[in-house]
Design a protein around this ligand. Sequence first.
Ligand SMILES: [Zn+2]
Length: 239
Amino acid sequence: MTKSLMTPEQLLGLNQDHLLCINDNIELIGQKFQCHHEVLVPLARLIRQSEQDGIPLRIISSYRSFEQQLAIWNKKFYQEVELNLRDGSKVNSQDLDEAARVKAILHYSALPGTSRHHWGTDFDVFDASHIDQGLTVELTEQEFEEQGPCGNLNFWLQDILTDYQFFKPYFKDQGGIACEPWHISYQPIATAALADYPVALLKHTLESTDIGGKNIIIPMLNDIVEQYVMNICNPDQQG
Ligand SMILES: [Zn+2]
């Protein structure tokens, strides 16, 4: 198996030495972002192909650090934020008790240290042709349905992703992270990263941060990793 080429700290978003910073000189990508140094060329190839096929793929989100993910988590945990529940209903985060709040946040947002965005191998993408028309993309499932502004992109990705060694880890909801048709992952590095995933260091790291819901999270950490990190759709489960 390929090595992930990442240290345990890098796998948790605590160190950035494996990343390349792409600035806005990169014509094809068009914005500043960071990715794993082995992923830039395959990503550029995928984007170039999308241009040639008339569906300009762009990146809305790439690398995120542990600290950035912690800020996302604590905002949802401590502030009045609308959360989507698994049954499709919405609720104010502060109306849930702490255990229910942790569970609701986990469905859509990774626990800090468990996001695949820490690796620089994973990207949230959209179809830029609709942005030119003044449309903002919010990354909802509806946008990626057949008639939605990213429907064509979704269909195109389905056809081409494996040729470029990318796949969708959240192709469908398997009881972990919700379905995210916009999230793509570079398989050779990401699969190795998952195999190297450092649960003990994650526990140690979370114990020493000010994460909301810590008393609930730490005792169930192994289950969280199983349900939300290991439980992905593999490249051969994309149909
Ligand atoms: Zn994502």
